[in-house]
Design a protein around this ligand. Structure first.
Ligand code: F6P
Length: 401
C-alpha cells in the first residue's frame, strides 16, 4: 500500500467486555499512527457503525494511560441490531440491508480497514461484513477462551487470576469452618476458566461442560477427603457444565434473539452436596468480577501483540483474517475458521491429566482417577497402588483424630 492510499483505520470492541480491550486499542492506535494512518474508534460495538454513526478520533494522547485499564474506552454491546450467534452452533443472518449500510458508511468515512475485537458472536458479525465486502480484520477476545484456532484469547488469563484468587480466599475460610465451598465461574461452552483456576487455586473437584459428572462421584470425593482428614473441599463449577441429566442451569431463558443467560449451577450443586452429605456447604458466584479490572501482565502482552499485528494485517490487505496465538508466535487465520470451531477442553488433554495426577476429581469416577490410563501403569496395578495409599490415609485419619 502506498502512503498516498494510506488513510484511515477503524476499530471497535464488540460483545462482552474483558480485561485487555484497552491494551489492544492502545497498541493498534500507536502502530497505525506510527505508519501514518488516522484512526477512528466506533462506539458501542457494531452499533456505532450505523444510524447514527458514533465515532471518536483516536490518537496517541487519548489512548495513553489505558494499558492497565479494564473495560473499553469505546464501549461495547452484545445485543442490539447486530446479532450473529444465538446458540453454540447457530449463526443468525444479519439483515443484509444493515450490512450494506455499514459498507457504505465505511466507504464514506474512508476506512481502509476495520479492526473488530470480539468473541465468537462479534467475529461472526465481522465475518458477515467481510462477506459483503467490508475490509475487516479480527482480534480474538473472550474470557472463556473458547475461540478456535488460537491458543489463547486475551482476557482469559485475567479471568483465571480472578477465579484463582477467589479460591485462595475460599480455601482458608473453608478450612477454618470445615465446609464445602462451591465456586461458580464463567465458561459458557468451555471449562477453561474452571480448569485453569482449579489447578492454580488448588480446587479438589472441577466440573466442566466437557466431562459428564454425577453427584455420587462428587460426594464420594468429598467423603474420601474427609476420611483423609481433609474436612473441607473446594468445588469449582463452570456455569456451562450441564447437570447429570444433561440440562443447563439458566438465569434467564426468555431471550430469543441472543444466547440464553447462564447461572445458578453453583447453588444447585451446593444444595445437593449439603442434602446428600449433611455437610455445611456454601456457594459463591464470581460472575462479572471475572470480566472487570486490570488485565494481567500476560494479557497486556498478548493484547498488545494482537493490536500491533491487526494493523499489520490491514497494511498487508489481508482482510477476513484474525490474529491468533500459536506459541511463541502471533500468526493469522481466517475469521471463519475460528468462529466455526469452538475450542473446548480436551478431556484427555495435558491440563486435565495434570489435575487428575494431583487427585482432582472431575466427577466422572468415584475414586482417584488414574491420570495415565494409556501408559504402562495398568488399571490393575493402579488399583493396587490406590489400595496401598488408602491404608496410609486411614493412618493419617487416626493421627488426626
Ligand atoms: O462469553 C463471555 C461470557 O463471560 C460468558 O462466560 C457468560 O455466559 C456471558 O459472557 C455473560 O454475558 P452477559 O454479560 O451478557 O451476562
Amino acid at each position: 500500500m502506498t502512503s498516498a492510499a494510506r488513510q484511515k483505520i477503524g476499530i471497535l470492541t464488540g460483545g462482552g467486555d474483558c480485561p485487555g480491550l484497552n491494551a489492544v486499542i492502545r497498541a493498534s492506535v500507536k502502530t497505525a499512527i506510527h505508519l501514518g494512518y488516522e484512526v477512528l474508534g466506533f462506539l458501542r460495538g457494531f452499533e456505532g457503525l450505523v444510524d447514527p454513526i458514533q465515532t471518536i478520533p483516536l490518537d496517541v494522547s487519548n489512548t495513553s494511560n489505558i494499558l492497565a485499564l479494564g473495560g473499553t474506552i469505546l464501549g461495547s454491546t452484545n445485543k442490539g441490531r447486530f446479532t450473529a450467534k444465538v446458540g453454540v452452533d447457530q449463526t443468525a443472518t444479519i439483515n443484509p440491508e444493515l450490512l450494506r449500510q455499514v459498507c457504505s458508511n465505511l466507504k464514506k468515512l474512508n476506512i481502509d480497514g476495520l479492526i473488530c475485537v470480539g468473541g465468537d458472536g462479534s467475529l461472526s458479525i465481522a465475518q458477515q461484513l467481510f462477506e459483503v465486502g467490508a475490509p475487516v480484520v479480527g482480534v480474538p477476545k473472550t474470557i472463556d477462551n473458547d475461540l478456535g484456532c488460537t491458543a489463547f484469547s486475551f482476557g482469559f488469563d485475567s479471568a483465571v487470576a480472578c477465579a484463582a484468587d477467589a479460591l485462595d480466599r475460599l480455601h482458608t475460610t473453608a478450612a477454618s469452618h470445615e465446609r464445602v465451598m462451591v465456586l461458580e465461574v464463567m465458561g459458557r461452552h468451555a471449562g477453561w476458566i474452571a480448569l485453569h483456576a482449579g489447578i492454580a487455586g488448588g480446587g479438589d473437584v472441577i466440573l466442566i461442560p466437557e466431562i459428564p459428572w454425577t453427584f455420587e462421584n462428587v460426594c464420594a470425593k468429598i467423603a474420601q477427603r474427609a476420611q483423609m482428614g481433609k474436612r473441607f473441599t473446594l468445588v469449582v463449577v463452570a456455569e456451562g457444565a450441564c447437570l447429570p441429566g444433561g440440562e443447563l442451569v439458566t438465569a434467564d431463558s426468555t431471550a430469543r434473539d441472543r444466547q440464553v443467560r447462564l447461572g445458578g449451577i453453583g447453588q444447585f450443586v451446593a444444595s445437593e452436596i449439603q442434602r446428600r452429605l449433611e455437610t455445611e456447604t456454601r456457594c459463591v458466584v464470581l460472575g462479572h468480577l471475572q470480566r472487570g479490572g486490570s488485565p494481567t501482565y500476560f494479557d497486556r502482552v498478548l493484547a498488545t501483540q494482537y493490536g500491533v499485528h491487526a494493523v499489520r494485517l490491514i497494511e498487508e490487505l489481508r482482510f477476513g483474517q484474525m490474529v491468533c496465538y500459536d506459541p511463541p508466535d502471533i500468526k493469522s487465520t481466517p475469521i471463519t475458521a475460528s468462529v466455526s470451531r469452538l475450542s473446548r477442553v480436551p478431556p484427555s488433554g495435558s491440563a486435565v491429566i495434570a489435575a487428575r495426577g494431583l487427585g482432582v476429581s472431575f466427577g466422572d469416577t468415584p475414586g482417584f482417577e488414574n491420570p495415565f490410563p494409556e501408559s504402562q501403569v495398568t488399571a490393575q496395578t493402579f488399583a493396587e497402588r490406590f489400595r496401598a495409599s488408602a491404608t496410609d490415609y486411614s493412618m493419617l485419619l487416626n493421627d488426626y483424630d
